[in-house]
Write a protein that binds this ligand. Sequence first.
Ligand code: ADP
Ligand code: MG
Length: 610
Amino acid sequence: MRWLAGVDIGNSTTEVCIAQVDEQGHLRFISSGMASTTGTKGTIDNVVGIMTALTKALHLCNKSISTLDIILLNKAAPVIGDTAMETITETIITESSMIGHNPSTPGGMGLGIGIVIPFSSLSICEKDQPYIVVIPKEVSYEEAAQGLNQAMLQFEIVAAIMQKDEGVLVYNRLHKKIPIVDEVKYIEKIPYQMLGVVEVAPVGKMIQTLSNPYGIASIFQLNSEETRRMIPVAKSLVGNRSAVVIRTPKGGVEERIIPAGTLQIQTSLGKRTVQIDEGALEIMKQIQESERILDIQGEVGTHIGGMLSQIKTEMALLTEQPIEEVKIKDLFATDTFLPVRVQGGLGGETYMEKGVGIAAMVKTQQLPMDRIAKALAEKTGIEVKVEGVEGVMASLGALTTPGTELPLAILDLGGGSTDAALLDVEGKVSVTHLAGAGDLITMLIDAELGLENRQICERIKRNPLAKVESLFHIRMENGEIQFFSSPLSPKLFGQVVLVEGNELHPLHTHWSMEKIALTRQEIKKKVFVQNILRGLQKIAPEGNLKKIPNVVLVGGSALDFEVPEMILEALAPYRIVAGRGQIRHIEGPRNAVATGLILSYVSEHKLKLS
Ligand code: ADP
Ligand code: MG
């Protein structure tokens, strides 16, 4: 009896598979396991992750590492993916100060237009002049109400801006009702003696006037050029329950276009150049039309230059290779809009800037797998062999999915790259690696929702959303209603939540459930549908997708709850059957390469065994 382990080191995950071969050469798969890849793929640091995954898998059958006779490592493809993201335009607002936010309980409603003054100068107001009063946190709501009531007897007070969350308390004590915006953090930045506007929408509604450039224009009597400059102000206030805009005299709104730069694609047939601001569609067209890409560079001194050299520098460091040897072999670009903090805003307002998200596939020298093998052998005292090529092994493993036949295409949807392979009837395999996969999706979700939290975005990617509509029911993003027999935590009430198995996790976000779901789905489609079409075109006989009868999806991103359906839909016009892999009937889309390693080793060595 011989015990074998197959080990697949990926960019994100290390997967292992344990099998037994008896004296007759019968192969039996025993268990499997996985762990996060430790360190960069192809470096000695991987040994830790390999040991963890092996220990886990062997523990399942009450064995330890010493049981093994041989460990098979895959000849990992020397490709590593990385992502970067930049805005193309930058807007700086200096003409007007604005505060736009959604305090949960502003006071009153309506529009108040007047000169902005501090609470402390209420006594020196002038008659026949409307005022907006700014109330800092040092003033209690009782003092504030009293002061305003007093002042209102003589002067025209049309609105108030408060620092504390006491808008309603003040409002309730006023003899004459005015709109009050509260919870204004940076109250000290508000300029005084300028004309300002306060708008509070009725409960459940959004502001109408300040979110409309013409609304702002009519209040401040702006000409058409000045109105055009108000567009970013208005846009960043859209969807708010309350807002303040104050006209400050100096400066102007600048919309600075940062030179996005050009991309140079070096191919075996010469050089192609494309402007980044021509958009992702044009970039991808150029990439698509390039025969054998040797390297891709970005113009020095521009955003794209910075992004690509950052990727190369990182890869050079991680793989301990000179930067000149790190070549970008594929690139995936996508247009996005990123919420960027508006410079000149008073409440941390954001504005959607046009941006570009990029994933690059870097090819390094052959990965030093032998070094890992040696370290692993030393650590375990077990023979370690570097066997089969990743794509070939993945195809062999994928073929254990019930209902598949040759020719079989597999799409390995990983973290850093989307790999496509075609195994034909003669056993020949063609493989391609493309930039852009699961990690790009997480990055884009993070960027487009402006969350600045990768962990949460990873969970947003993996789980459906719901809205907690009462303490006894939630509305799922697909419209289904789910009821509960015992009440949910009051903390969840009204929240958009992630449905993670039986648990509800509140997101505490101002985005609606619909907006988050749509953003998530659009990003997944943008990345995976485009990439699988690119991949299949590269491996299909004569580039003809119709010659591929079935496609098996493997890899971590094939576990996604909606990606396989999107792919099936996209491939339907080519009459391709596509679905999530079911490796060895039990592993789902995981473990294809580890399984393939064992299958290939055993079939190659069968002759010797009998
Ligand atoms: P690699 O082969 O590069 O190591 P994997 O096959 O482990 O990569 O895939 C990693 C990717 O799979 C990550 O981007 C991760 O976010 C994604 N992933 C893992 N589980 C899920 C899931 N349940 N739903 C969606 N994506 C997932
Ligand atoms: Mg993989």
